[in-house]
Design a protein around this ligand. Structure first.
Ligand code: NDP
Length: 450
């Protein structure tokens, strides 16, 4: 097996830069596994795993409040079903394209495998921008989106969830439309509301799971979160509940951001201040600078896309937790993190750290956890929601939280044990990529050439 596998994949997917980035990262780590295990080469597993089983692209027409007819593009990438039904979120964001969804679906294969639950990899969404849209517009768009998506999903086939721009409101409209089309009340989406099939702790799960993972990493270094300063990016679902869990464990979260910039609160975001952020973002759909207007000790720094680095990552802290989007920490940011003595970087977002930045962190001995391990708590709890839906049971918040903690601990320990086995002691990225790959590759071999 040579570099030509990667060349071949890139040649067949021109211009899909984010997808190439994700494939490169996994290949870098599993090359050693392929060299040691000829059956994976014989079965051409890497080529096959990088090719989606199915990609669905469709037109989504919808009418805005002024009566104009708009068209967006909808997608569902059904990447791999070797170990279970396709599972992965829907993203509504103007930047969405096939490359971004394929990178996310590819990452999702390994992440889902790591949870230990039977879930394959998928991802979908649209280039629709929910920002600035009325509730009625969002509803009309999501209903139109589901009119097509409903033909391709099912509770034993493909179970989407939320992601950027798709929260409780959107899941509600999507679920309602599916139910109307199929005349069937089944768990075809996760992240549903409590009272209509949702699991307790699902909204919290990604952010809480991230902090559990970071705490297991700290424990390994004989450290705790108490008193540690954390720089967090984003102010959406993942960031909000990461900050909540930091507060609960006596850490100090000092930043939050959105695409317009970031706030820095040197005294730390308290429970009351977090409630302000949650209301601002979830109910009023406002911008993060309002935090600095309300709390005079905090400052707001507008985003400067020309600067070549993000000043958020130049704030002195112990932990960095990127929870916004892909490629938000570049090499210059990583150098700033190292310069400021950051101890740990754990990803809440998917692929927020560029390959060059990962290299800087690793060369400088920063403890780094990739999103496919550290943010897997969200999809894991989605898996628990599916189990509850199948069984017609509801678990208490304590039960779900306990299971979430056990899953995050399992992923943490599996990453370390696998990394050590392959001569990469302490390398969470290698451990995550290798452990996830082996599980799915073995299932693909067992199931034949499909
Ligand atoms: P939300 O839509 O709730 O929040 C996203 C946050 O990131 C917002 O603050 C948003 O700011 C900011 N953001 C999004 N795009 C950009 C951008 N291009 N530049 C700067 N800021 C940006 O999404 P989630 O919190 O659910 O998702 C955040 C990340 O976590 C994503 O990478 C997602 O894939 C990942 N993730 C989410 C899971 C989940 O369960 N929700 C599970 C696992 C991973 P603004 O409002 O201005 O756009």
């Amino acid at each position: 097996m040579s570099q030509s596998v990667i060349d071949r994949i890139k040649q067949r997917t021109p211009g899909e830069t984010e997808f190439h980035q994700a494939v490169d990262e996994v290949y870098l780590n599993v090359k050693e596994v392929l060299d040691r295990n000829p059956q994976y080469v014989k079965h051409n597993i890497f080529d096959r795993i990088a090719e989606p089983e199915r990609v669905i692209m469709f037109r989504v027409p919808w009418m805005d409040d002024q009566g104009n007819i708009n068209v967006n593009r909808g997608y569902r990438v059904q990447m791999n079903s070797a170990i279970g039904p396709y599972k992965g979120g829907l993203r509504f964001h103007p930047s969405v394209n096939l490359s971004i969804l394929k990178f996310l679906a590819f990452e999702q294969i390994f992440k889902n495998a790591l949870t230990g639950l039977p879930m394959g990899g998928g991802k979908g969404g649209s280039d629709f921008d929910p920002k600035g849209k009325s509730d009625a517009e969002v509803m009309r768009f999501t209903q139109s989106f589901m009119q097509e998506l409903a033909k391709h999903i099912g509770h034993r086939t493909d179970v989407p969830a939320g992601d950027i721009g798709v929260g409780g409101r959107e899941i509600g409209y999507l679920f309602g439309m599916y139910k109307k089309i199929k005349n069937e009340f089944v768990g075809i989406l996760t992240g549903k509301g409590q009272g209509w099939g949702g699991s307790l702790i699902r909204p919290e799960a990604t952010g809480w799971g991230l902090i559990y993972f970071a705490m297991y990493m700290l424990e390994k270094q004989n450290e705790t979160l108490a008193g540690k300063r954390c720089i967090v990016s984003g102010s959406g679902n993942v960031a909000q509940f990461a900050i909540e869990k930091i507060i609960q464990n006596d850490g100090i979260a000092v930043t939050a951001s959105d695409s317009s910039g970031f706030i820095y609160d040197p005294d730390g975001i308290t429970r009351e201040k977090l409630e302000f952020i949650m209301d601002l973002k979830n109910n009023r759909r406002g911008r993060i600078h309002e935090y600095a207007e309300k709390y005079s000790n905090a400052t707001f720094t507008p985003a400067d896309r020309e600067a070549g680095h993000n000043a958020l990552w130049d704030i002195e802290a112990d932990l960095a937790l990127p929870c916004a989007t892909q490629n938000e920490i570049n090499a210059a940011d990583a150098k700033n993190l190292v310069k400021n003595g950051i101890k740990l970087v754990a990803e809440g977002a998917n692929m927020p750290t560029t390959p060059e930045a990962i290299e800087v962190l690793m060369e400088n001995g920063v403890n780094y956890a990739p999103g496919k391990a550290s943010n897997a708590g969200g999809v894991a709890t989605s898996g628990l929601e599916m189990v509850q839906n199948f069984g017609g049971v509801y678990w208490t918040a304590e039960e779900v939280d306990k299971k979430l903690q056990n899953i995050m601990k399992g992923i943490h320990d599996n990453c370390l044990a696998t990394a050590e086995k392959y001569g990469k002691k302490g390398d969470y990225m290698a451990g995550a990529n290798i452990a996830g790959f082996i599980k799915v590759a073995d299932a693909m071999i067992a199931e034949g050439i499909l």
